[in-house]
Design a protein around this ligand. Structure first.
Ligand code: MN
Length: 285
């Protein structure tokens, strides 16, 4: 199932180029009170929501996907985990290019581990990216994003697939500079998630997905998830060795070679096999 959030927090199912409004299915979500749970409520109740979606779908109105404003398919993730330099060729290009490394030591992911992006940086494809610090280089990074569906801690790589709710396209937008990654990659709108959540049952093998990104129609990044240094189960094992992964947490799995600058007015198009395509407009903040 392809679930999206759109316009004023509507819930949609995407089929072909149409989005069906199934917001009514959210009535199965439990009422919550303060303090709010650490989970994303929709993802934590995904099975119930999906069952309800099937009931309301036959009566749902639809419109072309191109006519809606796509929001982040996960509204309230507890954390955005991200993998630095997790493709070998990106490690090589980062070490070779002073405009990328800024004299930061670019070490291998096995040594430096993972980092976190602020959840306040999260947007959907339809919200676009608003650049700050435009005197510096601002780069696109396309990444397969994994959404955790079952909470766990100290998850073994063998059990990791059972903890995945689904997949999205992630953009880990980055302002280059000497500061810590978590600061430079947590600017408002610098974590794009979309265009929708594809549930894990629709992608039986996420270990060899082609993906690519263009800017204004120009090829920038093109790779396959088979070239990940730490693969998806290893990332889940690594992350959950340090902290509990909750329903709705997102793991940005890392970007391949070809990262490059964007400026206001640019249009990013990102595509991952089995998920689909999203258009993201870039503007000044
Ligand atoms: Mn990245």
């Amino acid at each position: 199932m392809r679930l999206c959030r759109f316009n004023d927090n509507r819930l949609g199912v995407v089929k072909d180029d149409q989005v069906f409004d199934v917001t009514e299915a959210l009535d199965v979500l439990p009422a919550v009170s303060y303090p709010l749970p650490r989970t994303d409520l929709l993802i934590a109740n995904l099975d119930k929501v999906r069952a309800r979606v099937e009931e309301v779908l036959p009566g749902a109105s639809s419109c072309p996907v191109s006519e809606v404003k796509l929001l982040s398919p996960v509204a309230n993730p507890g954390k955005l985990v991200a993998a630095p330099v997790n493709y070998r060729k990106h490690l090589e290009e980062a070490r070779a290019d002073a405009e990328i490394h800024h004299n930061n030591q670019i070490a291998e992911i096995q040594r430096i581990g993972l980092f976190l992006k602020a959840t306040s940086s999260l947007v959907g494809a339809g919200e676009g990216v608003a650049l700050r610090h435009t005197d510096r280089r601002n780069d696109h990074e396309i990444e397969l994003a994994v959404v955790i569906g079952k909470a766990g801690t100290r998850i073994s790589r063998e059990n990791a697939w059972d903890h995945i709710a689904g997949y999205c396209i992630g953009l880990d937008m980055t302002v280059r500079g000497p500061e810590e990654r978590s600061l430079r990659k947590s600017i408002d709108t610098y974590s794009v998630l979309g265009p929708w959540l594809v549930t894990a049952d629709e992608i039986p093998d996420a270990t060899q997905l082609d993906f690519w990104l263009t800017v204004n129609g120009e090829d920038r990044q093109r790779a396959n998830t088979r070239d990940l240094v730490l693969d998806i189960p290893e990332l889940i094992e690594f992350a959950s060795a340090f902290y509990t992964l909750h329903e709705g947490d997102v793991i940005y799995t890392g970007t391949p070679e070809g990262v490059g600058p964007v400026k206001a007015g640019d249009v990013i198009v990102a595509n991952i096999e089995g998920i689909g395509e999203m258009r993201v407009d870039v503007r000044s903040a």
